[in-house]
Design a protein around this ligand. Structure first.
Ligand code: PLP
Length: 393
């Protein structure tokens, strides 16, 4: 039989390189190797107990059936309330969709708004999944690059230049994975202005909105004006803020027609996010001060590790690293070593058992991504090995 097994979509897609690095490091560890893993894209803390308890209670109470596709009504309302209270962005609960993960929220946001012939502007360095999602929607990713010199943030002029009559959507991810950079409120306002003038939509991925350091401020593009709100899809979720990566719970807030389309797409492709998991999230939303207290504790630890890793990286000759002020990543420049990021990270893993993600996965071959969502012990040991590795290059 000469039948082709795979679709064009399947043939065009590669597995997430960040998950691949993490899997390789875990496999080496399972063989008994002493790996220092900086690849993880998730907090190393457990989910706060009261959130877990609420989920267990829901399970015991028989919350084991389907719920409405866009989420539990009480959870959607609580998320709408949070945006009004915390983000200065007033929305109806009908504009909120709870999805099986922020990743799926992103995908549905793109699928609901973009199709063949459309261009989607993705600032680079970018989160690995955006280009793949855009291609799955039949649209074309267009990259706009920013380097160390601008803290990996694109400038309004660059954005303006990249916009064509085909541009449908611009993706903004602040704080950023992989760079940890955060746009200032003024910088966000300038980018939003360019988008509104050109009549293009914005997908704002705010999954790291609460993981901030040095007193920086996060601002949601949708909060800037009614016009901005009407052109913006805001994606976030519970994974990073509350250490709930395995729960698979993402959120999306959009203009009513887009929220409705996303809800329909979800109802036909996945149905609701796990019902009893949503009860855990509901507890976090309803006991917000308690939840934020847990986040503050986590942030104190992250901040200490951030500075330790930052100082350690900058102490290595030939390496330079910006002081990232969000998420839990650092993105040092390794171009001084004259190797591709793929070769650098492969050799580093092989020789010193240190796992990092090559920057090329994020569209930045001069860098590598290190997550400091790992123990102080791993950071200390990893820095020592990294120092030794770089010295002999
Ligand atoms: C982790 C992450 C997400 C979504 O994570 P989920 O676990 O699917 O909720 C979305 N965007 C970025 C940039 C991320 O790093």
């Amino acid at each position: 039989m000469s039948q082709e097994l795979l679709s064009p979509w399947a043939k065009g897609i590669s597995p997430s390189p960040t998950l691949a690095v993490d899997a390789k490091a875990k496999a080496l560890k399972a063989e008994g190797k002493d790996v220092c893993g900086f690849g993880a894209g998730e907090p190393d803390f457990d989910t706060p107990d009261f959130i877990k308890e609420a989920c267990v209670e829901a399970l015991r109470a028989g919350q084991t059936k389907y719920c409405p596709a866009p989420g539990l009504p009480a959870l959607r309302q609580a998320i709408a309330d949070k945006y009004a209270r915390d983000n200065n962005y007033t929305v109806e609960s009908a504009q909120v969709v709870v999805s099986p993960g922020g990743k799926y929220s992103c995908y549905l946001a793109i699928l609901a708004t973009c199709g063949p012939g459309d261009e989607v502007i993705i600032p680079a360095p970018y989160w690995v999944s955006y280009p793949e999602m855009v291609k799955l929607a039949g649209a074309r990713p267009v990259f706009v690059s920013a380097g160390d010199d601008t803290d990996f943030k694109i400038q309004p002029d660059q954005l303006k230049e990249a916009i064509t009559p085909k541009t449908k959507l611009v993706i903004i991810n602040s704080p950023s994975n992989p760079t940890g950079s955060i746009y200032t409120p003024a910088e966000i306002a300038a980018l939003v202005e360019v988008c509104l003038e050109a009549g293009v939509l914005i997908m704002s991925d705010e999954i790291y909105e609460y993981l901030l350091y040095d007193g920086v401020e996060h601002v949601s593009p949708a909060s800037l004006s009614a016009e901005a709100a009407a052109s913006t899809i805001t994606v976030a979720g519970f994974s990073k803020t509350f250490s709930m990566t395995g729960w698979r719970l993402g959120t999306l807030v959009a203009p009513p027609s887009v929220a409705k389309a996303v809800s329909s797409l979800q109802s036909q492709t996945s149905s609701n996010a796990t019902t009893f998991a949503q009860f855990g999230a509901l507890a976090a939303m309803q006991q917000w001060d308690k939840a934020m207290g847990a986040v503050q504790e986590m942030l104190k630890v992250f901040d200490r590790r951030r500075i330790k890793l930052l100082d350690g990286l900058n102490a290595i000759e030939g390496m330079s690293c910006r002081r990232a002020q969000g998420a839990f990543y650092l993105f040092p420049n390794i171009s001084g070593f004259g190797m591709s990021s793929t070769d650098f990270s492969a050799k580093l893993l092989e020789q010193e058992l240190v796992a990092v993600v090559p920057g090329v996965a994020f569209g930045a071959d001069e860098n590598m991504r290190l997550s400091y969502a790992t123990s102080d012990e791993v950071i200390d040991k990893g820095l020592e090995r990294l120092q030794r590795f770089c010295q002999q290059l």
